[in-house]
Design a protein around this ligand. Structure first.
Ligand code: ADP
Ligand code: MG
Length: 373
C-alpha cells in the first residue's frame, strides 16, 4: 500500500516492480490509504505500508501502528527534502525503516520490503545484520534499560527508607538525650557553668533539628514518598509547589478531578520526566509563566508543561547538548509512552508527555508492531 505524494514516486515504483510477485497499490491520499487498510479483508493483502515523510496532515507511522496495522512494516520515504528532525521523529513514531535519497530508494527499497515482509528475517543488503537480529538486539537493550531504571528507583527507595529509619531514630535519640541533660542542669551548682552548658545544649538541639530537616529533604529528593503514598497527581502537585517555592514563578496547575490507577513504572517515569521538564524551565526558559496540565483516563496519562520563555530550536541542538531530552524520550519509551517537544525561539516551549496506563510487555514491540494486535 503506497501513498505516492513524493518526488520519489517513480523510483519507488520501479524498485518495487523490479521484484517479481509484487503488486503496487497506490492510493492518492492519506484517507485513501486508511480506507483501503480498514476495508474488510483488505489489510491482509498488503505486505507493507510506505508513507511519505513530513508534510502537513500526513499519516504518520505511529498512526498506522495505533490503528492496529502493527504487523505491517511501515516504511517512510523522505526524498531529498526530509529534515533530520522528521527522520528522527518518524523512527520515534515507529517507522520500521526510512529511505532518504532517490538512489537509496531505487537500490534497496524493493529488497528491504521483501526481507521485511517475508518473515522479517534474513539479510539486509549484503553482509548487513539481519533485521530480526537487529530487532532482537534492540529489544534486549530496551529490556536492560528498563531493568536498570527499575533497579535505580528501587535503590533510591531503599536508601531513602534507610536514611529515614536509621538516621531518623538516631537523631530522635540524641534529641531526647539533650532534653534529659537540660533537665539535669537544675542540679548544677555553679551558675556560670550551668549557663555555658545550657547554651551548648541549645546549640546541640538546633544542630539536631537542622540535621532532621536535611535527612527529610534527602529522602524526598531521592524518592518523594508522596508518589508512593498518594500517587502521581499528588506528587505532581507537590513538585509544582516545590518548584514555585524555589523559582518564584507562579504555576497554573490543572489536575484531573478523578485520577485513575496508573501503573507504578508509568507513574515514576512521568514524574521523573516532569522533574526534568521543570528543571529545564528553571535553567533555560527565563519564563514568566508556566502552566501544567495533567489529564488521565482509563487508557493513559497525558501531561503538558507550557512555558512562555525564550524557546529553542531542537534541530539546532548538538547531539550531546540534549541528553536531558534524550533521557526523557528513552524513559517514556520504556513504558510505551512518548514525549513531544514543541518550541521556537521567542515562542516558549511546550512539552507533552503521553503514556498508556499499563506499560506494554515490551514497549518496543508495540512501536514496530511485531506483536501488535
Ligand atoms: N523550557 C525550555 N526553554 C528554553 N530552552 C530549553 C527548554 N528546555 C530545553 N531547552 C534547550 O534545550 C537544550 C537541551 O535540554 P536538555 O537535553 O535537558 O539538556 P540540558 O538541560 O542539560 O542543557 C537546553 O540546553 C536548552 O538550550
Ligand atoms: Mg535538562
Amino acid at each position: 500500500m503506497f501513498h505516492p505524494e513524493s518526488p520519489l514516486r517513480t523510483a519507488v515504483r520501479r524498485a518495487i516492480a523490479d521484484r517479481r510477485g509484487w503488486e503496487l497499490v497506490e492510493a492518492d491520499s492519506v484517507e485513501a490509504v486508511l480506507q483501503r487498510l480498514t476495508q474488510e479483508g483488505e489489510a491482509g493483502r498488503f505486505g507493507a505500508v510506505v508513507l511519505p515523510l513530513g508534510g502537513e496532515g500526513e499519516l504518520r507511522p505511529v498512526q498506522v501502528v495505533r490503528l492496529g496495522f502493527g504487523r505491517l512494516p511501515v516504511l517512510a520515504i523522505g526524498g531529498e527534502t526530509a529534515t533530520a528532525g522528521e527522520v528522527v521523529q518518524a523512527f520515534r513514531d515507529g517507522a520500521t525503516d526510512i529511505f532518504l535519497g532517490a538512489r537509496e530508494v531505487e537500490a534497496t527499497l524493493g529488497e528491504r520490503l521483501e526481507t521485511l515482509v517475508r518473515g522479517g528475517g534474513g539479510e539486509v543488503g549484503s553482509g548487513g545484520a539481519g533485521v530480526s537480529e537487529l530487532r532482537a538486539a534492540h529489544r534486549r537493550a530496551r529490556a536492560l534499560a528498563r531493568q536498570l531504571v527499575h533497579l535505580r528507583e528501587e535503590e533510591r527507595r531503599r536508601i531513602a527508607r534507610e536514611i529515614h529509619d536509621e538516621l531518623g531514630q538516631a537523631l530522635s535519640g540524641l534529641k531526647m538525650d539533650v532534653a534529659w541533660l537540660e533537665r539535669r542542669l537544675a542540679g548544677v551548682r555553679d551558675p556560670g557553668l550551668a549557663a555555658t552548658l545550657r547554651e551548648r545544649l541549645g546549640e546541640m538541639a538546633r544542630a539536631i533539628d537542622a540535621t532532621v530537616q536535611t535527612t527529610r529533604r534527602l529522602c524526598t529528593e531521592l524518592r518523594p514518598g508522596v508518589l508512593d503514598d498518594l500517587g502521581l497527581a499528588a506528587a505532581i502537585q507537590w513538585q509544582v509547589r516545590e518548584f514555585e517555592r524555589r523559582s518564584n514563578l507562579a504555576v497554573k496547575l490543572e489536575l484531573p478531578g478523578k485520577m485513575p490507577a496508573v501503573h507504578e513504572a508509568t507513574a515514576t517515569a512521568v514524574f521523573r520526566v516532569f522533574q526534568e521538564i521543570l528543571t529545564n524551565v528553571a535553567r533555560h526558559a527565563q519564563a514568566s509563566g508556566v502552566s501544567v496540565r495533567l489529564a488521565a483516563d482509563g487508557t493513559g496519562v497525558a501531561l503538558e508543561v507550557r512555558d512562555d520563555g525564550v524557546g529553542f530550536r531542537e534541530d539546532r541542538l548538538q547531539e550531546n547538548e540534549a541528553l536531558g531530552l534524550l533521557g526523557m524520550r528513552e524513559r517514556m519509551a520504556l513504558v510505551g509512552g512518548r514525549v513531544v517537544v514543541q518550541s521556537a525561539p521567542g515562542e516558549g516551549t511546550t512539552v507533552r508527555v503521553w503514556a498508556p496506563a499499563e506499560p506494554p510487555e515490551d514497549a518496543m514491540e508495540t512501536w514496530v508492531g511485531e506483536d501488535a494486535p
